[in-house]
Design a protein around this ligand. Structure first.
Ligand SMILES: [Zn+2]
Ligand SMILES: [Zn+2]
Length: 145
């Protein structure tokens, strides 16, 4: 990441934390930056293992609670669950997911026509749709080879 980009990024982070009364600590900044770098939609224990290299004394609980607070604040997103471990998404833009059923990797993709997918009228009566996300399940390149 370029330096000026990183600055804007940190300022946004600090602003959002301040708005929600969350104290900014080195650990929290590190957790946020670790997730932001991640392309695999990691679970809390994956982030924990990465962050432990920098903060050897950090607890899993701290990492988990921090990620949960971030998602409540809208800084990051939770990947739609299916009964497994919570996965976190640093990408808050409108986007869709490819999920590998073998290695469980989740990859972002963008598609304008998926963004505009229409909701059947019968469903609209039952349910107010706030968000639409397409998840394509399959086998990733790595697992295929
Ligand atoms: Zn795979
Ligand atoms: Zn994503």
């Amino acid at each position: 990441m370029q330096n000026d980009h990183k600055d804007i990024f940190r300022q946004e982070f600090k602003k959002t934390c301040a708005q929600h009364g969350l104290k900014i600590t080195h650990q929290r900044i590190a957790i946020y930056e670790e997730l932001s770098k991640a392309k695999d939609h990691p679970s809390a224990d994956v982030i924990f293992n990465r962050i432990k290299k920098v903060f050897p004394h950090i607890s899993f609980d701290t990492v988990y609670r921090t990620l949960t607070s971030f998602s409540e604040m809208g800084l990051i997103k939770l990947v739609e669950g299916c009964g497994e471990k919570k996965r976190f998404d640093p990408n808050t833009e409108n986007h869709h997911h490819l999920r590998c059923i073998k290695c469980n990797v989740i990859i972002d993709f963008y598609n304008k026509s998926y963004d505009k997918i229409s909701v059947p009228r019968a469903l609209k009566k039952e349910f107010e749709v706030l968000n639409k996300k397409v998840v394509l399940e399959g086998i990733c390149k790595k697992c295929k080879s």
